[in-house]
Design a protein around this ligand. Structure first.
Ligand code: AP5
Ligand code: MG
Length: 207
């Protein structure tokens, strides 16, 4: 099961990816999470990536392509994987096609206003859980008890830049995967449970 999740910032890629990977027991590979872990650890990659992420811009293709190629070569990806936030440019998609075959690209569709509301209210935990202030009113993680925080790139100005970058550089991938015959659209405006059900139905139909 080789999956790609497409969708604007805040569409719910990470939320659904966690659930889907739990259900199908495949690794969740989020380039955003990998880059943020590197920023936190102060690695050279993290220092380079931070300059782009803080502005809402994409990290250069050659950097992320190398990261993903290495990650997909690991043993746990032999049974499949879910890529969350990669590819994000046509160049990345072309590079990926040279080292792995994407079987399904799930595109989570949401309206632009919803994206802003979701991102503005998102709170993260260092364990990877993510919450929203509309349904969670504690500042501690339900799973591990750590303090929740807001992502640095979730400030309004940066969000605007991320949305513009998405429209220009990432949205063309919808057509790219449609042409390859592997695109599946999901209505991301529904509840999390309903979105999950729809994705599961798509994946089970493909078997
Ligand atoms: P990345 O971390 O990938 O961020 P993103 O694409 O902007 O997406 P988000 O993580 O913000 O949103 P999401 O779709 O995961 O939504 P979530 O599930 O959290 O990338 C960050 C940066 O890293 C990029 O800007 C770039 O600089 C760099 N980068 C990463 N990958 C790269 C690449 N391949 N190439 C170059 N640069 C790269 O949900 C959002 C909120 O909504 C949460 O609060 C959640 O609880 C809530 N929510 C979710 N679903 C629902 C629902 N159905 N109903 C109600 N609330 C919901
Ligand atoms: Mg995410």
């Amino acid at each position: 099961m080789n999956l790609v999740f497409l969708g604007a910032p805040g569409a719910g890629k990470g939320t659904q990816a966690t659930r889907i990977c739990g259900k199908y027991n495949i690794p969740h590979i989020s380039t955003g999470d990998i880059l943020r872990a590197n920023i936190k650890a102060g690695t050279p990659l993290g220092v380079e990536a931070k300059a782009y992420i803080d502005k809402g811009l994409l990290v250069p293709d050659e950097v992320v392509i190398g990261l993903v190629e290495q990650r997909l070569a690991e043993e746990d990806c032999k049974k499949g994987y879910l890529l969350d936030g990669f590819p994000r440019t046509l160049e990345q998609a072309e590079a990926l096609s040279k080292f792995s075959k994407v079987e399904t690209a799930v595109n989570i569709q949401v309206d632009a206003d919803m994206v802003v509301e979701r991102i503005a209210g998102r709170r993260m935990c260092k364990c990877g859980e993510s919450y929203h202030i509309s349904w969670y009113n504690s500042d501690k993680c339900q799973k591990c008890g750590s303090a929740l925080y807001q992502r640095d790139d979730d400030k309004e100005e940066t969000v605007k830049a991320r949305l513009e970058v998405y429209e220009k550089q990432t949205a063309p991938l919808i057509e790219y995967y449609a042409k390859k015959g592997v695109l599946k659209n999901v209505d991301g405006m529904q509840s999390m449970d309903k979105v999950f059900e729809d994705v599961v139905r798509i994946l089970d139909d493909n078997d």
